[in-house]
Design a protein around this ligand. Structure first.
Ligand code: GLU
Length: 443
């Protein structure tokens, strides 16, 4: 296996016929795989060589190194075959780190006021996390500070409903157009078919959650939601009890929406249970109160960037079709009443929550970026979060329509990866492209 010999030689810098463990970890870090990544931990759990002296770093001989390479993601990382090659990953994440620094003094906006947990949030918090479809991770600032996921749960709840019932049934209950109203508009506005406008507004989110394991007991339904988040993130979400209690006490508007939808028979609940709409609203409050952090939420986003497969386990949590729909609705309605403007300027699917999180997916690069900073703008989006998205999109040319030009008019012959008919070029994510796509797309 020549690649193996080449790799071993490249890492055996002392020519001692061993690879230092620290050196291997350094190499993996460059590629975006952290030492606490369970796959890296598992790979390095091999019995490593005895230190020469106490306190000396440990080493791997050829055989042990071969064992480490058996872990697929480690092997691919060392061979430069991850979702993002190490040099691109480092170019992109250096940009993220710089933007993080540049936005430290951005203090405009105000934290959400409607419940104490959000009102009392530390407005200075700021963290960014990046996760690729292969689980390459970069984080800066408060990327492990917990927050309630709030409305960023909505595309995932929608995906869960789609997985269970399919688009035909789900869209009997909820539409798929921009609403034009605020996300929390307590007046129920239904489309021509009598449905809430889309799954990103509160009424639509309550309606889609009513399609998640509807025949089960509510605790089992909630467990299903928690398990789905765990499968995406490779770690369980927490639960913010205070937020849940406050949402439940103050959520009159959401309860009202649930009642009105039930009255119109547009909520999938037992029509003879007079408490059913209340229970539907409470289920929604509980899901909004799931606690995550930027790092874990980025892994959920990377699941979407990966066509529904978890970045850490490769497990297909959602089908590619479900994932495509979740991304599409984020693309047109994910950023409250600034969704249209965001789509025009940034061009990428994103969802924000009033706790100050923004999840943006870059499907073309198979990665997700999550920001957390509690000060919100007038639309309810994190000020710093939106700015991070705008700057990343502009600096790395992530807007899908940013580089259209005469050079790309050759439509015939251009197909998507894997779907090409014979003789067609495949231009999807060329392995050698620079993250900045400095030279444009080469056909
Ligand atoms: N639980 C919040 C509500 O229903 C969600 C707010 C949000 O993040 O948009 O009002």
């Amino acid at each position: 296996m020549p690649e193996f010999d080449e790799l071993f030689r490249a890492l055996d810098t002392d020519r001692a016929n061993v690879v230092w463990k620290w050196k291997l970890l350094e190499e993996l870090k460059q590629a975006g795989l952290r030492a606490d990544d369970p796959r890296v931990e598992r790979a390095l759990a091999v019995d490593v060589g005895t230190p020469f002296e106490a306190g000396q770093p440990e080493w791997l001989d050829r055989e042990q190194f071969a064992g480490v390479m058996q872990e697929p993601v480690v092997g691919r990382a060392l061979q430069g075959q991850l979702a993002m090659p190490a040099d691109e990953f480092s170019a992109f994440t250096s940009g993220v780190a710089r933007i993080y620094d540049e936005l430290q003094d951005e203090r405009s906006g105000a934290v959400a006021q409607y419940i104490p947990t959000l009102r009392n949030a530390d407005p200075e918090r700021f963290g960014i996390a990046v996760c690729t479809g292969d689980g390459q991770v970069f984080q800066v600032g408060d990327a492990e500070a917990g927050f309630s996921v709030q409305s960023t749960s909505k595309p995932f709840s929608y995906a869960m409903a789609l997985e269970q019932f399919g688009a035909g049934e789900v869209h009997r209950w909820v539409g798929q157009e921009q609403s034009g109203g605020t996300f929390n508009d307590p007046r129920l506005s239904l489309d021509a078919a009598g449905r809430p406008q889309n799954p990103m507004i509160n009424a639509g989110a309550i309606a889609t959650l009513a399609l998640v394991e509807p025949d089960q007991d509510v605790s089992e339904r909630f467990a299903k939601v928690e398990q789905t988040w765990t499968r995406m993130m490779g770690a369980a979400p927490g639960f913010d009890h205070r937020t849940f209690l406050a949402e439940r006490d103050t959520g009159h508007g959401n309860r009202g929406l649930a009642n009105l939808m039930a009255a119109q028979e547009m909520l999938n609940v037992d029509p003879k249970d007079r408490d059913a709409p209340q229970k539907a609203a409470e289920f929604y409050f509980a899901v909004c109160s799931l606690e995550v952090d930027a790092k874990r939420l980025a892994a959920a986003g990377a699941t979407l960037a990966n066509g529904g497969a978890s970045p850490y386990t490769g497990e297909q949590v959602f089908s590619p079709q479900t994932t495509a729909r979740a991304l599409a609705v984020m693309g047109h309605s994910g950023m409250y009443n600034d969704s249209g403007q965001f789509a025009a300027q940034v061009g990428l699917p994103a969802k924000s929550g009033v706790s100050g999180n923004v999840l943006m997916v870059v499907p073309d690069r198979r990665l997700a970026v999550v920001t957390f900073s509690p000060r919100l703008d007038a639309a309810g989006n994190s000020v710093r979060g939106v700015e991070v998205c705008k700057r990343l999109s502009a600096e790395f040319n992530l807007h899908p329509y940013a580089e259209l030009g005469p050079a790309r008019h050759a439509f015939a012959g251009v197909t998507r990866a894997g779907a090409g008919s014979p003789g067609h070029h495949n231009v999807a994510a060329p392995a050698t492209s620079s993250v900045t796509r400095a030279g444009g797309l080469q056909l």
